[in-house]
Design a protein around this ligand. Structure first.
Ligand SMILES: C[S@@+](CC[C@H](N)C(=O)[O-])C[C@H]1O[C@@H](n2cnc3c(N)ncnc32)[C@H](O)[C@@H]1O
Length: 195
């Protein structure tokens, strides 16, 4: 069902950038840093049809919240069918993440997950999203991203100082997973300006 939704959407919208949702192996690996024992604010960029949401909502506490930012209108409509008071769905670009989170009453996020195809974005847009992501995270918060190649390593490192990269081959296509903690940066190395 989801694969069909992806194929239909991909024909109309290249930003969908995938023929099928992430595998459960990818979902588990991308989310392995998340401490679900606390009440959390999680922001997700590019949730697609909600494969991460399904997993997260099972684990998140009742007072946690999940703010999903999905550009594709068909996917946003599918996500709005999730009947859970912890969820809000915003059919916008991840570029608007800070304003969206503020409008939801969240000044900071504990974790920001992202599957958006950063390689399609012009460098200044990529830089703006990473910069805003860094600002939006709590001091010990994590940016958890997945892409089909290692191209995002340097841009993330530029903003976060340090990034761990691993791979999940049990995915179509295999995924490169990035984990960057906000306070993982070296003093004076953050680049918060827009490129
Ligand atoms: C590769 S798919 C990942 C979908 C899902 N998270 C998964 O793991 O199966 C990328 C998703 O990012 C969305 N997207 C692309 N550019 C975006 C942007 N600037 N802001 C928000 N969502 C975006 C696409 O519509 C698509 O749903």
């Amino acid at each position: 069902m989801s694969t069909l939704a992806y194929l239909k959407s991909l024909i109309k919208d290249r930003n969908v950038a995938s023929i099928t949702p992430s595998s459960r192996y990818t979902v588990q690996k991308v989310t392995r840093k998340i401490d679900f024992s606390r009440d959390l604010t999680i922001v997700e960029y590019g949730p697609g049809t909600g494969v991460f949401a399904e997993y997260l909502l099972e684990k998140m506490s009742p007072a946690s919240r999940l703010i999903m930012i999905e550009l594709n209108p068909d996917f946003a409509e599918i996500l709005r069918r999730i009947n859970d008071p912890r969820v809000s769905v915003h059919q916008e670009s991840a570029e608007q993440a800070e304003a969206i989170a503020r409008n939801c009453g969240a000044q900071q996020a504990d974790y920001i997950l992202s599957g958006i195809p950063f390689s399609f974005l012009p460098p200044p847009v990529k830089d703006r999203i990473l910069s805003a992501t860094h600002r939006l995270l709590r001091e010990d918060g994590y940016f958890l991203a997945y892409q089909t190649s290692t191209h995002l390593k340097e841009p993330i490192r530029k903003h976060f100082g340090k990034v761990d990269v691993s791979f999940e081959i049990r995915n179509i296509p295999p995924m490169c997973i990035y984990e960057a903690q906000k306070n993982g940066q070296m003093p004076g190395t953050a680049v918060n300006g827009e490129g």
